[in-house]
Design a protein around this ligand. Structure first.
Ligand code: HEC
Length: 484
């Protein structure tokens, strides 16, 4: 009791020693940090969610003095789900958080109610409806499983039908979308790991899922056109005009949505999917990856035999193209496997429509051409998992063993009896060759049937954290690594 009182007094003295204005500023800064990093588990109003309430006067780790709070926030609680925040947050930021939590503890959270700027979702109405959206997000985050030491948080929400992502040199994240018809710019100006602005760059586009950057311009792939916004980092907020780079792509919507990405050769790569489940349209532009110059000229075939790829990237060291391909439906729940492929040079054939998953001849088209004639996948990702975007881990924040390994967003099955996919998988390479495929983020599918998210694309930020887009929840998640 004595100890408790002394600690409590020490905490109060410490606070009261600050000039009132400075203390107020510290608490405001703390509140912002709290909403960004802690609210998902402890509730928007500190009321508790998957983590304990911080206003209920029950303290598992000592009285809520500034010193005690700094210790528990910095070190976390190993194996109890409270992550360590040092060194992800600076000592000054952790002190601001301690001030904020201490004030909430003293006032029962009243003075700690978030302001509109810190948490717009909780700025109005009564307590119960306020808590609902945050609790939902907390429940989603709380059920996502990652390897030890990794954390996942929401980088941005209200990014309706978010699809592929492109990160500019200044750190703005551009995101394409599906039904929403929009392209977004996500801006984290204060670099706290949460995009405080989601700006609509363009609207009314036809399924503009693909975005990529080249020479300061943002290229966007719609179903049948590729358009370009010049000098995008300077113009994204002012409803910029665009130029049409290519307008004569096929208009079919079946597998007509287009991923797009700039290659290391400065050319722009874009697929044209097969407009069917299985069909032979090899004599037409379908089931191929194409490439072109920045101005749309010299449109040429790069690879063929590809049913529908919605993600490709280049190995950071070998500079070879790696891409995912989605296998056909209607061949049973367990076949064929979706593919991870490597196209080190132009002119290769990956089997569609003759051979699926590298081993399964198509019942209709596979009679004349054997699987051996085609380039086999470097990994079979499983039936109907719908692998979409993929990204090599090029940052330094994650432990050494992740460098230059590959993350794949699996959107998940839509017509399989038991749902499969709905995760981010990790492909481990040795000497640039696949050695294993394991699950990195699980839990987008709950109890086998409840879908809380569908991963679409992967992007690595300059600080080494990793973004995952989710078109089901209209969110971008951010994964960070915080400890052993
Ligand atoms: C992933 C969920 C999660 C996040 C995010 C999280 N916490 Fe926690 N926190 C917990 C859990 C779970 C506990 C309880 C640990 C235990 O049982 O010992 C906890 C405990 C605490 C405690 C000690 C409570 C007590 O009763 O003594 C404090 C203080 C705290 N967290 C503050 C924070 C702050 C500040 C942040 C943001 C920087 C944060 N937490 C982020 C899950 C989380």
């Amino acid at each position: 009791m004595n100890k408790f009182l002394t600690l409590r007094l020490a905490g109060l003295l410490c606070l009261s020693a600050l000039a009132p204005l400075a203390a107020h500023a510290a608490v405001n800064a703390g509140e912002k940090l709290y909403q960004a990093h802690c609210a998902a588990c402890h509730g928007v109003q500190l009321q508790g969610a998957t983590g304990p309430s911080l206003i209920d006067q029950v303290w598992l780790h000592g009285a809520p003095t500034k010193a005690n709070l700094i210790t528990v926030i910095s070190k976390g609680v190993a194996d109890k789900g409270m992550p360590p925040w040092s060194p992800t947050l600076s000592a000054a930021q952790i002190a601001q958080l301690a001030d904020y939590v201490a004030q909430g503890a003293r006032t029962g959270g009243k003075a700690a109610a978030p302001t509109a700027s810190a948490a717009s979702a909780a700025s109005t109405a009564t307590a119960a409806p306020k808590a609902a959206p945050a609790d939902k997000t907390a429940a989603i985050l709380g059920g996502l499983k990652l390897p030890k030491g990794f954390r996942i948080a929401v980088y941005a929400d209200k990014v309706e039908t978010a699809r592929s992502m492109a990160v500019s040199d200044s750190g703005i994240v551009y995101v394409g979308s599906r039904k929403a018809g929009k392209v977004y710019a996500l801006v984290d100006a204060d670099k706290d790991g949460v995009a405080e602005k989601v700006v609509t760059v363009a609207a009314g586009l036809q399924n503009p899922i693909g975005v990529t950057l080249l020479n300061g311009a943002l290229y966007v792939a719609e179903i049948s056109r590729i358009i370009r916004f010049d000098n995008i980092d300077a113009s994204y907020a002012a409803q910029p005009a665009y130029k049409v780079v290519k307008a004569d792509l096929p208009k079919e919507t079946w597998h007509g949505e287009k991923f797009i990405k700039t290659g290391p050769d400065g050319k722009i790569y874009v697929p044209i999917g097969a407009p069917c489940n299985t069909c032979n349209k090899e004599d037409q532009p379908y089931s191929k990856i194409w490439r072109m110059n920045a101005d749309g000229s010299n449109f040429e075939e790069y690879a063929r035999g590809i049913r529908n790829t919605v993600g490709f990237t280049w190995h950071p060291q070998t500079r070879e193209m790696w891409f995912t391909d989605n296998g056909p439906d209607m061949m049973g729940d367990n076949a064929p496997s979706c593919e991870l492929n490597v196209a080190p040079k132009a002119g290769l054939h990956f089997g569609f429509p003759y051979c699926h998953g590298g081993v399964l001849p198509d019942p209709e088209f596979g009679k004349t051409q054997a699987c051996e004639q085609f380039v086999a996948p470097v990994a079979k990702l499983g039936p109907h998992v719908a692998p979409l975007g993929l990204g090599f881990y090029t940052g330094t924040q994650f432990p050494q063993q992740y460098r230059n390994n590959l993350f794949i967003a699996e959107h998940g099955s839509w017509n399989r009896d038991n749902k499969i996919g709905y995760k981010v998988s990790l492909v481990t390479l040795y000497n640039s060759k696949v050695v294993s495929t394991t699950t990195f983020i699980d839990g987008f599918l709950r109890d086998g049937d409840e879908v809380v998210g569908r991963p679409v694309d992967i992007a690595v930020l300059a600080d080494g954290s990793m973004l995952v887009s989710d078109d089901h929840g209209g969110r971008i998640f951010r994964v960070t690594y915080a400890g052993k």
